[in-house]
Each structure stands twice: as C-alpha cells, then as structure tokens.
Design a protein around this ligand. Sequence first.
Ligand code: FRU
Length: 327
Amino acid sequence: SNEKQHFRIGFSQCGMDDRWREEMVEGMNRELSFYPELSMILKDSKWNNKTQYAQIEELINLPVDLLIVSPNDSKFLEPVITKAYQKGIPVLVVDRHVFSDQFTAFVGANNLVVGQHAGEYANILLNGHGRVLEVGFGPRTAPALGRHNGFHSVIQKYPHIQYVDYMNKDWADKDLREALRQKLKSNPDLTDLIFAHNDRCALIAYDVCKELGIEKKIKFIGVDGLVGNNLGLDLVKKGIINATILYPTGGEESIRVAAKILRKQAFEKENQLFTSVIDAQNVNIMLAQLNKLKEQHADIERQATRIKDLTKIFSSQQAVLYLSFFF
Ligand code: FRU
C-alpha cells in the first residue's frame, strides 16, 4: 500500500514554565511511546502571541502531518490556526479553545463548567452570604473567559453574595502579588472569598492574606489540582485552600485522538475531560488514586526505555551480522 509509515506531529505550546504544562507534555511523551510511527516537535512560545504565530507558520511550512495547539490568545492566533486547517493539516486544539469552527478536534475540560463548580462551591462555603473576589491570569485566554462566565453566572443567582471585583491581567506572579497586596492592604475587609483561576494564583492570594494577617477570615478556591508539593491537591490537604476545581491536562488523550486522526479512524470532535470539585472531603482518595497512577506511569516509562535499549542492542547486532557477512 502507499500508506504513510511515519507521522510528524507539531505541538505549538503557549508556554512551558509551569508544572501544569510540564505534566501535559509528560503525558504526551508517555503516550507517544506506544506509537512508534509518531514523533512530535514541540515549540514553546513563552506566552508571546507573535512568537506562537510564527512558530505555527514554521510547523505549517515543514510541513507537519498534524498540528496540536494550545493557543495563548485564541483570537490573535485564529488566522494562522485557520490557515493550517485550510491547508489540509489536521488541527487538534488542546486546553484553550478557539472560537471558530476551523479545527479538527478539541481535547480539554469545559471551562464554563469549571467556573460554575467554583461558583456553586463558593455559595456553599459562604452559606449563601458574603463577598467574593475573582482573580484571573490573562483576560484574552479562552479558559479565563469560560471560568469567569461560569463563575459570574452562578454567583448572580444568589442574592446575598456580592461580587467584589474581577482582577485579571497577563501578570507575572510578582505583579499579581503586588496588585493584591495594594488592594487588600487598603481594605483588609474587602472580601470573604477569593476564587483564583488557578492554584498558583490561589497560593499567591493566600500568601498575601497571610502577610496581612487576614488569611483565616478568607476562603480560597483554585483550579488545576496537580499532585506535588505546594500544588493544588497538596494545598487542599494542608488546608491552605478550601478547594480546587480539577482541570486535567489531557496529554495522553491528545495523543490518542491525534493518532486516530492520522490513522483515519473514527474520532470525536469534542473530547471533554472530567472536572470536579476537590475539597478536604475527597482529597485523600483523589491523592491515593493519582499516586497509584503515577506508579503505573513510572512502569510505562521504564518499559519504554527498556524497549529502546533492546532495539539499540538488536540493531547493533544486526550491524555485526551484516559486517561479518562481508569480512
Ligand atoms: C497553566 C495554566 C493552568 C490553567 C491553564 C489554562 O499554564 O495556566 O494553570 O488551568 O493554563 O489554559
């Protein structure tokens, strides 16, 4: 047959300097070890829209057989994502949705639902009475739009919950820290709850409140729920934040969907990942499950390395055989 034997995937990643995105790429690499016919080229745009635009163009020009993209700013990158799609390169959007229909498939959790979960949980934590402050990490990102709309729409339903403010910028951690410090210093009794769009921002909010001596009076909700020291689940376990809304990275799923597309097998256009509230009630069971999974992941990685080593030994033996044939 004239079927292609090898496929090159290009992954345009908006940034890599946080654990969440590292974990996503780890999941992708682990899953890739099951598909010897696939390889992946990763481009990190370091949160720069123009860089990401240019990197996607590079991947189009190679060309890659499939493009995976997590767009920093969905609107800004829409033209180049559309261009890839219209050139016939399958486009798999992950985590940050695009607003057009010019893509092949999507893998990610529903950010509107993430925001709604946070809103409902805020109401429970506050017993229906109190003030809420929302903190985002980038006004033009798709997750911020979804999380904000979900949270705000739920909060609005409760007559005795007041919405204080939505602080949302493309800030570096230290700028968010400073902005929160200024805001809460001038009014330490501003809010009863802080909903931060990810656990990292929730921890910054907590730190600032602690500095001002008000952390005990305030409830905190984050998003992501990663495993590891001072990451989401650990913060819930330690009682630093009250809850996190689980937001899986979908690394493995993305490669699975990409492989189906490339093999021309049936696939879903929308692949929604599971999300739910993790609080003190269920954090231990969650951690136990995820630690078990981590052990299995380590096994898979060990086996993948072993297979690679065996393949190397095998091909060098082949070479020896080949040489001995001539000499
Ligand atoms: C990581 C991150 C996560 C967040 C996601 C949204 O880079 O900021 O914390 O859930 O991106 O795209």
